[in-house]
Design a protein around this ligand. Structure first.
Ligand SMILES: Cc1cc2nc3c(=O)[nH]c(=O)nc-3n(C[C@H](O)[C@H](O)[C@H](O)COP(=O)(O)O)c2cc1C
Length: 402
């Protein structure tokens, strides 16, 4: 039975850790709870002891008559460390390697994958210090279950509320169950927008943040694949363990994808590639004094279509971001571009598509099989897309892990 260490930290949402524990046990996992001293101010360890049927680990200096050092053997036994809820304080300690209590010591001592589900008030969540700590942890391979938006314990409405328990449990299941079903595969993922220069200072682009492609690449890496990420300009750090190739224009992306797709068994085109580019980019800055201008556009190479034409046995996945007739548009694209799977999302819906950390989509396969994925984090959607790809590759018959 896989062992999950559930870290609970000091905030009002600590009571939800009881539901997370129950959800994890529902998956047949052995859950052991590690609390911070501040978490004890919110929920008593007795509750977790009764639910988990294990002693709760709070104080590394408490003597229990033996020479046991839970921060060593619990750390070694663990298949996953999940901290839900995670306070700003504990995230900061993890990011900076401070080990002054049981949980932060375990974080340093364990080799197991780590997931954190932050919960805090909106101002704390948006503070640059917290943002920077989150980026440090992500870059280290820690998965972050993004907080949701809603009523916060402080009375405000905003981002910072602990993610839904089902989402946290799904993230844990995905990270645990997904250890190797893509092992040995070479996959290529594209991400982000492209920029088509007008002059040295201006360009045509779109609102893609690159997050969907990055989460796909990270999920594939965690499931054992060798991953190449061809990325347009984004603010995201290169994920560890992934070969990132940075490009700017659609033509550059096309060249890099062409050069690398041959070695890949799966290609997922999550990038939002500009359909058109200015016919001529001015070598000098265009002056306002030259008066109103027309911009002549020419078509960019259709990377997905070209990959579809020479596809062979490769699994090819595309995205359709639409604002109307979602299903019909997606099916047309699926057929026209010889795709095996299309991820269709209605980007006019709140929380869907570009920029944020959430998404919702319909996954439509070439055989007509369609699955609707309701609003969830991009990481969870990425896991569901790989679940489908694993089915298409005949690596599993499992449709859903959550
Ligand atoms: C009523 C109350 C609610 C709190 N809620 C949060 C919260 O939601 N998120 C957070 O990061 N800190 C919250 N704090 C502050 C933390 O408890 C504080 O930073 C503490 O040092 C966290 O310690 P720990 O990370 O060791 O559990 C809250 C404090 C109080 C008194």
């Amino acid at each position: 039975m896989a062992v999950v260490l559930l870290g609970v930290t000091g905030c009002v949402a600590a009571y939800k850790a009881c539901e997370v524990l129950r959800g994890l046990q529902g998956l047949g996992l052995d859950v052991r709870v590690v609390m911070t001293a501040h978490a004890e101010q919110f929920v008593g360890p007795v509750t977790f002891e009764a639910l988990s049927r294990h002693p709760v680990y709070v104080n590394p200096f408490e003597r229990n008559g033996g020479a046991e050092m839970p921060h060593v053997h619990w750390a070694t036994d663990a298949d996953l460390l999940l901290v839900a809820p995670a306070t700003a304080n504990t995230l900061g300690k993890f990011a900076h390697g401070i080990a002054d209590d049981a949980l932060s010591t375990l974080y340093l001592a364990t080799q197991a994958p780590v997931i954190v589900a932050p919960a805090m008030n909106v101002a704390m969540w948006q503070h640059p210090a917290v943002k920077a700590n989150i980026e440090v942890l992500r870059a280290r391979g820690v998965s972050v279950v993004e907080p949701g938006t809603g009523y916060l314990a402080c009375g405000a409405i905003g981002e910072g509320r602990l993610a839904e328990v089902s989402e946290i449990v799904a993230a844990a299941a995905a990270r645990l169950g997904a250890k190797s079903d893509l092992a040995g595969l070479m996959v290529l993922v594209t991400a982000g927008p492209t920029r088509e220069p007008i002059d040295p200072m201006r360009f045509i682009s779109n609102r893609s943040s690159g997050r969907m492609g990055y989460r796909l690449a990270e999920a594939a890496r965690d499931r054992g694949a060798q991953v190449v990420l061809v990325s347009g300009p984004t603010a995201l750090d290169a994920p560890p363990g992934i070969e990132r190739v940075c490009v700017t224009t659609a033509e550059e992306m096309y060249r890099e994808v062409e050069a690398r797709a041959g070695a890949a068994q799966v290609v997922i085109m999550a990038a939002a590639v500009s359909d058109y580019r200015p016919a001529e980019a001015s070598p000098q800055k265009l002056k306002k004094s030259a008066g109103p201008r027309r911009l002549d556009l020419v078509e960019n190479p259709d990377i997905l279509k070209r990959l579809g034409e020479g596809k062979g046995s490769r699994v090819l996945v595309g995205f359709a971001a639409e604002t109307q007739d979602l299903f019909a548009q997606a099916q047309r694209k699926l057929v026209e571009k010889h795709l095996d799977l299309i991820v269709a999302n209605d980007v006019s819906q709140p929380g869907v598509g570009f920029e944020g950390e959430t998404n919702a989509a319909v996954l439509i396969a070439a055989d007509g099989h369609a699955v609707e994925i309701p609003l969830c984090s991009k990481r969870v959607l990425a896991e569901r897309i790989w679940d489908r790809v694993a089915v298409l590759l005949g690596r599993t018959t499992q449709e859903s892990r959550a």
